[in-house]
Design a protein around this ligand. Structure first.
Ligand SMILES: Nc1ncnc2c1ncn2[C@@H]1O[C@H](COP(=O)(O)OP(=O)(O)OP(=O)(O)O)[C@@H](O)[C@H]1O
Ligand SMILES: [Mg+2]
Length: 382
């Protein structure tokens, strides 16, 4: 096996995507997503936060790089607040993808320039940044339409992934959903991956008969990575760097992090950073405590942001683990929550704040604290 310079990189990445080498499994999901795209479907990719949606899209796009008939464009709209921002983000992603030397790049630049934008370049990446002053709402719709028409005109099929798509429901303008839908349905060479973690919002957007996007995309739910595959990945990765990890320690990592991608990566990343010769339970536990200790301040800050009732409710949910009966007398009494409707209201508020996820199972709904480290900290502290 090829030896890698240990100083170079921590192979357990905790942000972004590097390459397939640092990416655990997702083989079936990758294949499935590629097949959906290649068959001209629009896809809505949904999961809890930090499971690996963005990573999967990057991985799929990396694989498609060698496909000369496809062009992939990734747009993250998390920070957008309006249709204007949305158009800006998409335009910049396209400009970045098609340099102005290419035919499509030239046409696109000409089109953008006709809108008399202010063009600046990012100091670090050199990527173009545009600012357009629109006169009317109509102009915005028109711009979006023109952008899609331009994409349709070029040789390749285009896949646009729009990450954090639920964000469009926060825009003050309420017509984007209908607008996008009416334009997208006529596109022949452009498909979309709509991605996000607000399951309720996205489900409603795409499966409510009264909403414009009704039935227009294929849902893809991303689950946790298979436990056995993650265990292999962890062991092999350590081994590559001449570190032996005991079976027990791998299991402990997966138990503590609940096989939840970001938390598993984070814990492994910390353990690796000490470059021990052997990883045993002791190493896992000390790295784990360290992370909880480092996060303590932000947890205490979180407490300040919640009402006392919400904070106590969060603790109650952490203590229960895999809670399903939030209106059960037992849960209400034990935690002094009051009425069933009180419990529902608190749960709604905490879900809205992204602190708790509702996970629908066959016969019930399970509720879990999103942040696995916060979950442990609450259990340990209270
Ligand atoms: N298959 C994988 N193997 C290893 N690391 C991964 C994998 N998928 C994701 N990651 C890492 O896990 C973390 C969370 O992944 P990612 O950001 O893709 O999740 P997400 O579902 O898009 O989260 P959010 O909903 O918050 O946007 C990232 O640090 C990413 O690098
Ligand atoms: Mg993401």
């Amino acid at each position: 096996m090829q030896k890698i310079n240990i100083m170079q990189i921590n192979p357990f990445i905790t942000t972004g995507y590097i390459s397939g080498e640092y990416f655990c499994d997702r083989e079936k999901e990758t294949e499935h997503l590629i097949s959906l795209i290649k068959n001209g479907n629009n896809v809505t990719l949904v999961s809890q936060r930090r499971i690996g949606k963005t990573g999967l899209i990057q991985h799929v796009f990396e694989k498609l790089k060698t496909d000369t008939e496809l062009t992939t464009i990734y747009v993250d709209i998390f920070s957008t607040r309006s249709i204007e921002d949305f158009i800006k983000q998409i335009s910049e992603a396209i400009l970045k993808k098609f340099p102005d030397k290419t035919t499509i790049g030239k046409t696109f630049w000409e089109f953008i320039k006709r809108l008399r934008p202010l063009i600046t370049y990012d100091n670090i990446t050199g990527d173009p940044q545009i600012q357009i002053n629109y006169q009317t709402e109509n102009e915005k719709t028109h711009t979006l339409q023109n952008i899609f028409e331009l994409l349709e005109k070029q040789k390749n099929r285009v896949i646009i992934a729009i990450d954090e798509f639920q964000q469009i429901t926060e825009y003050p303008e309420k017509n984007l959903e209908a607008n996008l839908r009416s334009q997208i349905q006529f596109l022949k060479k452009t498909s979309f991956i709509f991605c996000g973690s607000k399951r309720k919002i996205l489900f409603d957007m795409f499966s409510n008969a009264k909403r414009p996007f009704y039935m227009s995309t294929q849902f893809m739910l991303l689950d946790k990575i298979d436990r056995a595959k993650y265990a292999d990945f962890i062991e092999n990765m350590f081994k590559k760097y001449d570190i032996t990890i005991e079976k027990e320690a791998t299991e402990l990592i997966l138990n503590l992090s609940k096989v939840y991608t970001f938390y598993t990566q984070k814990l492994c990343n910390r353990i690796f950073s000490y470059k021990p010769d052997i990883v045993c339970n002791k190493n896992v536990l000390s790295s784990f405590s360290e992370i909880l200790e480092e996060n303590r301040l932000s947890y205490l800050q979180l407490r300040e942001l919640l009402t006392k009732a919400q904070w106590n409710y969060l603790i109650a949910v952490a203590k229960e683990d895999n809670l399903s009966k939030i209106t059960g007398q037992n849960f209400l009494m034990k935690n002094k929550i009051g009425t069933a409707s009180n419990s529902k209201r608190l749960m709604e508020a905490l879900t809205e704040k992204d602190l708790i996820s509702e996970l629908p199972a066959l016969n019930e709904t399970n509720y879990t604290i999103n942040d696995v480290f916060l979950f442990h900290w609450l259990r340990e502290t209270y």
